[in-house]
Design a protein around this ligand. Structure first.
Ligand SMILES: Nc1ncnc2c1ncn2[C@@H]1O[C@H](COP(=O)(O)OP(=O)(O)OP(=O)(O)O)[C@@H](O)[C@H]1O
Ligand SMILES: [Mg+2]
Length: 325
């Protein structure tokens, strides 16, 4: 049995909203609409999707904060909603949008409280804390009240807090949101190390695809509460019917190049852009262009994974083409 297992998981919210002056009507929001997947111990999986797709709702059910409306859910053999406290000993969670630390206390006092709350054995607590302080460079921050920390410092503080009790699973809901490039890099490096050296299972939600590219070999895409894709990041290209671009520099301005297997996209003076399927070889195309046209130079541009995903999220073909430029 997988370490994390979801079977047709559902969460429906009932929201009341104004309908006219006095009337209020109830409306059902299917935030998670029948999601099934399994995550094995030690995996590091990306969980992505547009705003409102149901990512945070899934994570809240995985932690036991929210009770599912339907389906089945197990984490380490535990039903999170029924045994939330027992599960808490085995999971760690970071919500990038909101801190789990005590706002007015110095960072180290928050950690001391966690030490007691989770009843972490002293030696293990000290060892974990030392490790986090070193790897996340928290040394100078331990005496600073959380409210005085910058976003990136606080996030590192939160990641450490989630790991003091040695959880087997770490859920991260947008851990790099709002961080600068250097801080993002530091958090990513830490997570990669955690996953490889400790074998911690990680489920990562993010809007930054670089997080996924650098950390996850597997990615799940959800939209409208449904699982749209589950596989390697590279496989998204095929699903998204993505295209590569052949950028051709001709000796002079010419009418659009017409060769089999490629589609003329646009021209700018003597430079032309041709699109062809990302899964096809560029070689025959290059040969055809070279033999039929006065060629100066040419290059192939790889598809942009952002563009592929934008398309999956519902962007139009034209928008995707635009972002390929
Ligand atoms: N407590 C709630 N009550 C009512 N509706 C909710 C509640 N929590 C979430 N929703 C709705 O459920 C849907 C999924 O929300 P969720 O927060 O899971 O999305 P998300 O994928 O995390 O989005 P984002 O990328 O913006 O964080 C949205 O339509 C949201 O409005
Ligand atoms: Mg969210």
């Amino acid at each position: 049995m997988p370490f994390i297992e979801l079977d047709s998981l559902e969460k429906t919210f009932t929201v009341r909203r104004k309908a006219g002056l006095l009337r209020r009507e109830r409306k059902e929001v299917r935030a998670v609409d029948g999601i099934s997947f399994g995550v094995e111990r030690g995996e590091m999986v990306g969980y992505i999707g547009p705003n409102g797709a149901g990512k945070s709702t899934t994570i809240k059910m995985l932690t036991g904060i929210l009770t599912p409306s339907g389906g089945r859910l197990r984490v380490a053999g535990i039903d999170p909603a029924r045994e939330r406290t027992r599960l808490a000993q085995r999971i760690g969670v970071v919500f990038g949008q909101r801190t789990t630390l005590w706002w007015d206390l110095p960072l180290k006092d928050s950690y001391r409280l966690m030490h007691r709350m989770y009843r972490i054995p002293d030696a293990r607590y000290r060892e974990n804390l030392d490790r986090c302080v070193e790897l996340l460079e928290l040394g100078d921050l331990l005496d600073v009240p959380v409210r005085q920390l910058s976003l990136g410092q606080r996030m590192r503080g939160d990641v450490a807090a989630a790991l003091l009790h040695d959880p087997e699973v770490l859920y991260l809901d947008e851990p790099t949101i709002g961080l600068d490039v250097v801080s993002k890099g530091r958090v990513r490096e830490f997570l990669r190390d955690l996953n490889t050296t400790r074998g911690t299972t990680v489920l990562l939600t993010t809007h930054d695809l670089t997080d996924i590219e650098q950390l996850c070999s597997r990615v799940m895409v959800i939209d409208h509460g449904r699982l749209m894709y589950d596989g390697e990041l590279a496989g998204l290209h095929a699903v998204g019917e993505s295209e590569r671009l052949l950028v051709v520099d001709l000796e002079r301005e010419l009418p659009p190049i017409d060769v089999p297997g490629a589609r003329f996209v646009r021209a700018e003076g003597p430079r032309q852009w041709l699109a062809f399927p990302a899964t096809a070889s560029a070689a025959p195309l290059v040969a055809a262009v070279a033999s039929g046209y006065p060629l100066l130079d040419l290059s192939v541009r790889e598809p942009d994974i952002e563009a592929v995903i934008a398309k999956m999220y519902g962007g139009t073909r034209d928008e995707r083409r635009e972002s390929l430029r």
